[in-house]
Design a protein around this ligand. Structure first.
Ligand SMILES: [Zn+2]
Length: 225
């Protein structure tokens, strides 16, 4: 049984679902994405995504009109294989088509690009044996990555930030996607300890420090699931 937090980027609503591994992901239509497919090899008891990412998947799968196998969507930051600020950690990215032919992948890539429902579809030259598409949102704090977060922010990027902070020993008093007082204090304490501007705002420099410290550390006793 997985706890799944779904964020709606349009109206700021966060919803929590409990689903078996064999059940569909929330907002998936047509049974085209099970919880176990979304999580891939991730061991996380808690998963997160956005309604918009699921809608983009539904549109793409519907337009392709045939099964699209995929290996995973979700990763926690220490689970490997990605850079510092991958959209897979935010649960809004899908790597698909590993067992298809290159012609089939080309068709999926074309459909995903032409639909215009994704924030980013990686050029096939960079992913020759799969298709990466993600529904990133907002303006990234660095040239790539996540948005600037502050008190009152909500969403999957807040979940990534809270995950990092807790794992480094700075308690956010929960993993809920809401940047409240405890998250603000945690950011300030983290910034103070690492010589960053102690403003309680998670921008580019704070993101870089947070993610680089967490990556490779592995799950710790302070991680919240
Ligand atoms: Zn990917």
């Amino acid at each position: 049984m997985a706890k799944i937090i779904v964020y709606n980027t349009s109206n700021g609503v966060l919803e929590t679902f409990w689903r078996e591994e064999s059940e569909n992901m929330p907002y998936n239509t047509g049974g085209t994405m099970k919880v176990r497919e979304f999580r891939g090899s991730s061991n996380s008891p808690t998963l997160w995504t956005t309604r918009q990412a699921m809608q983009s998947w539904n549109s793409t799968r519907s337009a392709y009109n045939a099964p699209i196998p995929f290996r995973y969507a979700f990763k926690r930051i220490w689970e490997g294989g990605h850079g510092l600020m991958s959209q897979h950690y935010a649960g809004v990215s899908f790597d698909v088509g590993q067992s298809l032919t290159s012609a089939q992948r080309q068709r999926i890539h074309t459909i995903a690009t032409d639909l215009g429902v994704w924030g980013y579809v990686e050029p096939l030259s960079l992913t020759p044996t799969w298709v990466h598409m993600d529904r990133r949102y907002g303006t990234p704090a660095c040239s790539t990555g996540y948005t600037t977060l502050r008190r009152g922010s909500k969403g999957v990027y807040v979940l990534v930030m809270q995950d990092c902070l807790n794992t480094l020993g700075y308690s956010t008093a929960g993993l809920d996607g809401i940047f409240g007082a405890a998250s603000e204090t945690a950011v300030k304490n983290f910034q103070g300890d690492y010589g960053l501007t102690r403003d309680g705002i998670c921008g580019c420099a704070t993101w870089n420090k947070l993610t680089s410290l967490v990556k490779g550390n592995g799950k710790t006793s302070t991680t919240i699931n």
